[in-house]
Design a protein around this ligand. Structure first.
Ligand SMILES: [Zn+2]
Length: 207
């Protein structure tokens, strides 16, 4: 399920496209240090990269199951990001085989915003309120204008709202994200897009 390797979308900022669920991971490098945005579902990636930190954009199974393969490393997430067996229930709707790994909960959490130093490079984590989940994290690399949006944005498929989503706040969160003036927005699934795409995308309906 690996695919075509790392694609550099800005200086030292990469994405890893995975055919499985069209998932998109992020990889941010600094001087002698690196950070992975979502661990995904493919432990084999850990043979290629050794990030000192993983940031989980939210707790949906496809974004978090491979964390164990990258240990030891810090696992960052919003303080409301719970990684436990309950997320395997949604995996069971996609895959009949049991999950054989160990679920790794976050080791480092934040509430509104935190700034990380990735080998001399500034990376900001933001939470702008509930939308796709209760605890969506937006990862911003200001020096190149790249934002990793998690599943707040999807390319190639509509944005998805499950029972843990807050569609009524979705546009508000996107507007806060656009205030960062991103040049490139990386969705949780699909190819990178621009700010105009985010401005015009449909958000899930409030039911
Ligand atoms: Zn999700």
């Amino acid at each position: 399920m690996s695919g075509a390797g790392m694609i550099e979308i800005a200086d030292g900022v990469f994405i890893r496209r995975q055919t499985e669920l069209d998932l998109t991971l992020g990889f941010i490098t600094g001087s002698g240090d690196s950070l992975l945005v979502d661990s995904g579902m493919d432990p084999a990636l850990a043979a290629e990269i050794s990030p000192s930190r993983i940031v989980l954009t939210h707790n949906h199974f496809d974004h978090v199951l491979a964390t164990e393969a990258f240990l030891p490393c810090e696992v960052w997430a919003h303080e409301d990001c719970i990684v436990d067996e309950t997320l395997l229930e949604s995996r069971a709707r996609y895959y009949s085989d049991p999950f054989e790994g160990t679920l790794i909960p976050p080791t480092h959490t934040f509430r509104d915003t935190v700034t990380l130093d990735v080998g001399g490079r500034r990376v900001d984590l933001h939470h702008f309120g509930p939308a796709h989940s209760s605890h969506d994290v937006i990862v911003h690399v200001p020096d190149v204008g790249v934002v990793f949006a998690g599943d707040l944005v999807e390319e190639g498929a509509p944005a998805q709202a499950g029972s843990d989503a807050t569609p009524s706040n979705w546009r508000n969160v996107l507007d806060r994200m656009l205030e960062l003036e991103p040049r490139i927005v990386v969705p949780g699934h699909g190819n990178p897009v621009d700010a105009q795409f985010v401005r015009e995308m449909a958000v899930p309906a409030v039911d």
